[in-house]
Design a protein around this ligand. Structure first.
Ligand code: FE2
Ligand code: FE2
Length: 736
């Protein structure tokens, strides 16, 4: 299915060149933090993608052999890219660097992002998920904003002045300088990342392949020419992010070993399938990019590409200008499909002085400030024009027809190779998927929301639940003296935080005079809190999304989530620590993600109300960002200095471990712990918003943050419940 193209770049079907092509849309959906991909027809389509490349007759016997194969290919391919530099002058080297950097951007800007949904509330205690999270946390540069591998790559693009379409990464799909094929591997992987339970082993297999390959072969050229302008170890997914850390490739291999040690033989095959697919996809894409780079060493190639891209819009204007018996407008119109003839006629025309760009009317007259083509070309286009004219033989001989130049034919892995099914996209999939039914009760909702996925009916349920809960939380908020202050001040929340802390301390002192709970009361309250505590961090699950986890606001929240789950260490995992206390109390609960847990008779129904809210709102990190920031602050601050200390005394009285409350009283502290980060996240967000009135202004957002803060403990009265019902009815009416 390889398409064959001549010197003319990207001779692809018209519909494959639009930003709406399936391959690009798939990339966009994969980067959407709230995308909801129902199983439906999607899963078989992805499975068939994983088998797109024919299996080799004598396939590798195991993962070791696959890694050898990938490493050998990467080294040979890097050599082939380096050979492109032979004899290239500095201008040509600049062209190679620019094209290589752009071609690798879709993959490199999202490096590691396919691991973004490995953990879910229902298996936040799972050692394999925790190892995967540790690998991912290193990729996003946990603890620092803009420190992901993708951000390291963004810096490189900025240095090369190529970053205008790179933030958010989904905008890259609008960049027609990048071939559709560059979106294939990351697009499929990111889509798989939204169904982690279906493709866990394949995702790890593909990840291991990418880390074994390391720096993409095309980037070896860029690194060689620009060794100091980028964080190359950060860009290379094989490397460790910390000086003493484990190499990315080794960390991934160990995670896979942990997965395989408990899985059946099928999992090994799936890992290998993911690996082989990724390696084949890399090879095909890299072949195409290398061929494109090779062709671009000839200035006529870039010039032809420029005419193809600009031809259509230029054709609207240049009717009055005649070239070779036709209007320039006609030439330009044809050049969007076949730029070669225009290139030839331009080269022989009075507009071009071969070998002398500076003296050519095309460069110094037509496109000058007063010329008829002023601003038709961007500055980088002018560089292409000038480079092409300077390359023309100054003998007065017309240039050869580039389309007839068989010596530099370009065989690209073009989009035709990647004909993709529209069923891979969320919108088209929705029509073919049973909507499912809404959860019958709170307990069923709790169970169904333990994973990252679900049916459209569950999606609607989650949104409606959050709407109702927030309406309740906002009821009478202006009369509430307990929550956040009415106005946010530019000095931030630290002074208020300190006051709250003092108050918690004061309340603790006062309460120490009164008798604590009985042993049975303590056990009962510990049990009833289990549905909440065993999904610790669930309200922050949306901040594992790649671009959130490394943003100026989101990195605080991702790091908090990372701590709640124990930084990849089971012995530090908060849900597991809570289970230890329960065990001391003689309570052995089923796994959190199981239906048995949700139906466990020892729980009261209302013990699921707040947990279900966490599980619902955690799925919408964009839609409810202000509310989540408020909820997070309330959550992290709630026990520090006060109730954790009370709980400690009660636990100690009856000889139970105090580790769970001790760890929270320290890790959530207001100076440098989770409470401080929660306040910093709020302050950082508000500081970016306009102080003036209007939609999206600080005052409006602050109100939403206050509602979110109050949503940890919303009013229960009749008025509040009525407000919740009204809010939902109004929303439904709006949608009808
Ligand atoms: Fe926690
Ligand atoms: Fe915390």
């Amino acid at each position: 299915m390889l398409s064959h193209r001549t010197h003319e770049p990207r001779a692809q079907p018209e519909d494959c060149q639009t930003a709406d092509s399936v391959i690009r849309s798939m990339y966009v959906q994969g980067t959407d933090p709230e995308v909801w991909l129902s199983a439906g027809r999607l899963l078989p389509e992805i499975r068939s993608e994983l088998r797109r490349f024919p299996a080799e007759a004598a396939g590798p016997a195991g993962i070791d052999q696959l890694q050898c194969l990938a490493a050998a290919w990467a080294s040979e391919e890097a050599g082939r890219y380096r050979a492109l530099l032979d004899g290239a002058d500095s201008t040509t080297r600049g062209v190679l660097v620019r094209r290589a950097a752009l071609g690798c951007a879709p993959l490199a800007l999202m490096s590691g992002a396919w691991l973004q949904w490995l953990t879910a509330p229902g298996h936040a205690e799972d050692p394999v998920a925790l190892k995967g999270l540790a690998l991912y946390a290193a990729d996003v540069g946990v603890g620092h904003p803009r420190a992901s591998r993708g951000d390291a790559y963004l810096e490189l693009l900025r240095h090369l002045h190529l970053s205008e379409n790179a933030v958010p990464a989904a905008r890259l799909t609008r960049d027609q300088r990048i071939d559709d094929g560059a979106f294939y591997l990351p697009g499929v992987l990111l889509t798989m990342s939204r169904r982690p339970d279906d493709f866990l082993a394949e995702i790890f297999g593909a990840d291991l392949c990418l880390r074994t390959v390391g720096l993409l072969p095309a980037l070896t050229v860029v690194k060689e020419l620009l060794p100091t302008v980028a964080d190359w170890p950060g860009i290379d997914p094989a490397t460790a992010r910390q000086p003493a850390g484990l190499a990315g490739s080794e960390q991934c291999r160990r995670t896979i070993e942990a997965l395989l040690s408990r899985a059946d033989a099928g999992a090994r095959r799936q890992v290998m399938l993911g690996f082989q697919w990724a390696l084949n996809a890399l090879r095909h894409w890299s072949d195409g990019l290398r061929t494109e780079l090779d062709a671009s060493r000839d200035p006529a190639y870039e010039m032809a590409e420029l005419l193809r891209l600009r031809g259509r819009e230029g054709a609207v204007y240049h009717r009055g200008l005649s070239l070779g018996g036709r209007s320039l407008s006609e030439w330009l119109r044809d050049s969007s499909a076949h730029p070669g003839p225009l290139l030839e006629v331009l080269a022989g025309s009075r507009l071009v002085k071969p070998g002398r760009a500076a003296a050519s009317p095309l460069v110094n007259g037509l496109i000058s400030e007063r010329g008829p083509m002023f601003r038709v070309f961007a500055p980088e286009d002018l560089t292409v024009l000038a480079r092409w004219i300077d390359s023309l033989p100054a003998t007065g001989q017309p240039a050869a027809d580039p389309t007839a130049d068989g010596a530099s034919q370009v065989t690209a892995v073009a989009s035709a190779m990647y004909e993709m099914s529209p069923l891979l996209l969320a919108d088209t999939d929705a029509g073919s998927t049973a909507p499912g039914r809404a959860p019958a009760d709170l307990r069923e909702a709790y169970h169904l929301l333990q994973t990252r996925t679900g049916t459209p009916a569950l999606h609607r349920y989650a949104l409606a639940y959050v709407d109702r809960w927030l309406a309740r939380s906002g009821h009478g908020i202006d009369r509430d003296r307990q929550g956040l202050p009415t106005h946010w001040k530019p000095e931030g929340l630290q002074p208020w935080l300190a006051e709250q802390h003092d108050q918690h301390g004061h309340e603790f002192e006062e309460s120490s005079a009164s008798p604590g709970p009985s042993r049975q009361e303590l056990i009962t309250s510990t049990i009833q809190l289990a549905p909440l505590t065993l999904i610790d961090g669930a309200w922050l699950q949306g901040f594992t999304n790649y671009e959130h986890a490394s943003s100026e606001i989101g990195f605080f929240l991702f790091e908090t989530y990372w701590d709640e789950l124990g930084n990849g260490e089971p012995q530090l995992n908060h849900p597991l620590i809570y289970r230890e206390v329960l065990a001391e109390m003689g309570v052995d609960l089923p796994p959190t993600g199981s239906m048995e847990f949700a139906r466990w008779p020892g729980f009261h129904d209302n013990s699921f109300e707040l947990p279900v809210y966490w599980l619902c709102i955690g799925r919408f990190p964009q839609t409810f960002l202000p509310e989540l920031l408020g909820l997070n602050l309330a959550m992290e601050l709630s026990g520090v200095g006060g109730s954790y200390r009370q709980a400690r005394i009660a636990l100690k009285t009856y000889g139970f471990s105090t580790r769970f409350v001790d760890i929270h009283n320290t890790i959530d502290n207001i100076a440098s712990g989770h409470s401080a980060w929660a306040a910093d996240a709020v302050d950082t967000y508000l500081a970016t918003l306009p102080a003036s009135q209007g939609s999206g202004a600080r005052a409006e957002v602050w109100k939403r943050i206050r509602v979110g803060y109050r949503s940890l403990n919303p009013p229960h009265g009749l008025g509040a419940r009525r407000a919740a019902r009204r809010a939902r009815t109004m929303k439904e009416r709006d949608h009808a």
